[in-house]
Ligand binder design. Structure first.
Ligand SMILES: Nc1ncnc2c1ncn2[C@@H]1O[C@H](COP(=O)(O)OP(=O)(O)O)[C@@H](O)[C@H]1O
Ligand SMILES: O=c1ccn([C@@H]2O[C@H](COP(=O)(O)OP(=O)(O)O)[C@@H](O)[C@H]2O)c(=O)[nH]1
Length: 232
């Protein structure tokens, strides 16, 4: 079983698919899935998106870089919302970020992160990469490498990587395994190229899985037979 993971969640995990804001049922489901992982003693880092609040590219009347700043702040909002929710459910959680200075958010410091893991805390890395023009997938790849994760899990609403977007093409075919190079060269838009490149360079395996199937996350960590596995 993987013992140290970076979990990337899209913002819609907090709102429900194609919805905005926060949904109680979605949050309860999420905290139950996370609890299963934490109870196995797995060291868990998380990167959360902000698709349930703001995506820079969707703010059409806003200057690109400012829209992205708004998006990154959205990830901090999500992280704090989650921290509060998790703690009420008994999951010890700390939020770290480089983009805000708030009493509820800690500065990212490698030594401290190890202490948080050893004390059984889930660590939520908020604020994306701290730069506009990137996504939280790229942030997840960076944080996975930085925290020396065994694997990066991209938890999403499709059950793996397909030869085409399965939401648009009913006859899309799923890969159970794929190389970084194929994922990049075939232009499979499940994650951005930057994220695949960082994982390739630092030999970080990726599992893409459907987060909305109960127990899927823990099963993937146990047997590697869920979703799509991206490897060298
Ligand atoms: N080749 C592909 N294989 C799987 N999913 C794909 C592919 N191309 C595009 N997608 C889309 O990527 C989405 C997953 O990305 P995610 O980051 O979770 O969502 P979003 O970017 O909408 O927040 C899926 O909903 C799926 O429709
Ligand atoms: O390093 C980053 C990460 C995110 N964002 C902004 O934050 C938004 C939310 O992130 P993302 O789209 O990855 O969220 P998700 O779709 O996974 O919920 C993005 O649209 C960008 O506007 C950014 O500017 N830089």
């Amino acid at each position: 079983m993987y013992k140290r993971i970076l979990l990337k969640l899209s913002g819609e995990v907090l709102s429900g698919e194609d919805k905005k804001g926060f949904d109680e049922k979605a949050l309860e489901y999420l905290s139950n899935e996370i609890k299963k992982v934490v109870q196995h003693g797995i060291k868990l880092g998380m990167v959360i998106g902000a698709g349930n609040l703001f995506r820079g590219r969707e703010l059409q009347d806003v200057t690109n870089s400012i829209g992205d700043h708004i998006g990154m702040l959205g990830t901090v909002i999500n992280a704090l919302y989650l921290k509060d929710y998790f703690e009420k459910k008994g999951i010890k959680t700390v939020v770290v970020s480089q983009i805000v200075n708030l009493p509820s958010v800690r500065i990212i410091h490698y030594d401290d992160i190890e202490l948080y893991f050893n004390a059984g805390y889930v660590v939520i890395f908020a604020g994306g990469t701290s730069n506009p023009f990137f996504t939280t997938d790229t942030a997840a790849a960076l944080r996975a490498v930085e925290m020396k994760a065994d694997v990066l899990i991209k938890a999403t609403k499709v059950d793996g990587i397909y030869d085409r977007d399965p939401k648009k093409f009913k006859d899309a075919k799923k890969y159970s395994r794929i190389t970084y190079d194929d994922a990049i060269n075939l232009g499979l838009k499940i994650m951005d190229t930057e994220a695949f490149s960082i994982c390739k360079r630092y030999h970080m395996p990726i599992i893409v899985l459907n987060f909305f199937k109960e127990g899927n996350l823990l099963e993937a960590l146990s047997n590697n037979r869920v979703g799509t596995f991206v490897k060298p």
